[in-house]
Design a binder for this molecule. Structure first.
Ligand code: AMP
Length: 350
């Protein structure tokens, strides 16, 4: 590793780099000045940075000499009825959030036209791992994710890339893409960061009213109450310079706590659904229990089980449920709501 501070000296006026050419030049110059063997870490984000993103940046700064944080709301990973237009954008604040964590980071914030040519016609289309979980609910989403991440790998040429387990399916899909397409990069999964009450941090939490935020606690509670309370084992992120209220929860229940076996996965899933359904402002999109490697049904070869959920939360869900009757079907599409995800990864006992 080079001396801390050297990158800041070369890059002291930290501002976002907007073009692929400029980014390549900055990385090249840094390598020329500081040593060709300097390692580069990439943290892909869509901005609106919070302590979850900051934990990835911190990890990248520990493991790599230069950190590139991409800050780009990627249009092609949003579906037609999703929140691309309203997605929070706050580049200035994001630059400060990066600086809070490390002085060895470069922020790359391209415009859409810099990333996608008008006549772009080449995409990376993942297959096997995307017909479940978010992939089945968000057609085209992982095509958009793989394409932008593949482009970022080619633009930045990182040694390591850091992804949050908050988006566990994304980690599985990207790992498979890296293997299948021989990208020379190591994928580093990082734990989910939560607020003090257990809510997984997300840029989309900014859509929630205070009552909705409270209702959203049902996601993590459904997991913790069904699985022997991993949230009680939360440790404070003491040294992260980030949100003091943020916590990191061990993704793996230790065997003592875990009540999970192949035989009782169905019961656990049912318990999770029951808890979520007991929250009037919540509506389940999916609750699924899968083998983390294959994202298929767990079997005797499964080592790690991913219990993942997506839940819509909204005050209007409560009123819609109250008005629901046999004749009066709810038109969920017209109801204002926020889609949140959460998961826990559990090691099965041998
Ligand atoms: P996004 O900006 O939502 O695309 O997220 C960028 C990266 O940050 C992804 O790898 C996410 O999984 C990760 N991330 C988002 N929220 C959290 C969180 N609460 N804890 C850890 N990583 C997160």
């Amino acid at each position: 590793m080079v001396n801390k501070g050297t990158i800041a000296d070369l890059n002291n006026d930290v501002k976002a780099i907007k073009t692929v050419g400029e980014l390549r030049e900055v990385i090249h110059t840094l390598k020329e000045k500081l040593g060709l063997d300097m390692s580069v870490g990439l943290v892909p984000t869509m901005g609106a940075l919070h302590a979850g993103h900051q934990s990835l940046i911190l990890e990248a700064s520990k493991e790599c000499d230069i950190v590139v944080v991409s800050d780009f709301v990627n249009p092609i990973q949003f579906g037609p009825n999703e929140d691309y237009e309203n997605y929070p954008r706050q580049l200035k604040k994001d630059i400060q959030a990066v600086q809070q964590v490390t002085d060895r980071a470069i922020v790359f914030a391209p415009e859409v036209k810099e990333m996608y040519f008008d006549n772009e016609s080449t995409r990376i289309v993942p297959k096997d791992l995307t017909n479940v979980l978010c992939g089945s609910r968000r057609p085209g989403h992982f095509e958009g994710v793989c394409t932008v991440v593949g482009k970022l790998f080619n633009i930045v040429r990182p040694d390591k890339a850091f992804f949050g387990m908050k988006d566990a399916q994304q980690v599985a899909v990207i790992k498979r893409m890296v293997r299948d397409l021989n990208f020379p990069v190591e994928i580093v999964p990082c734990p989910i960061i939560r607020d003090k009450k257990g809510l997984a941090l997300s840029s989309r939490n900014s859509y929630l009213t205070p009552v909705e935020k409270n209702a959203a606690l049902v996601l993590s509670r459904s997991l913790s109450e069904s699985l022997g309370d991993p949230i009680e084992n939360a440790e404070s992120l003491q040294d992260s310079n980030t949100d003091p209220e943020a916590t990191e929860i061990d993704q793996y229940n230790d065997d003592e706590n875990s009540v999970l076996t192949l035989d009782n996965l169905g019961n656990i899933k049912q318990r999770i659904c029951d808890i979520i359904n007991s929250e009037p402002m919540a509506k389940i999109d999916y609750v699924e229990v899968v083998d983390f490697e294959t994202l298929a049904e767990p079997n005797s070869k499964t080592k790690e089980v991913l219990i993942a959920l997506a839940v819509f939360v909204g005050e209007e869900i409560k009123s819609a449920k109250e008005q629901q009757s046999a004749e009066n079907e709810i038109d969920w599409g017209s109801i204002k709501k926020t889609r949140l995800i959460d998961n826990v990864l559990v090691e099965l006992p041998d």
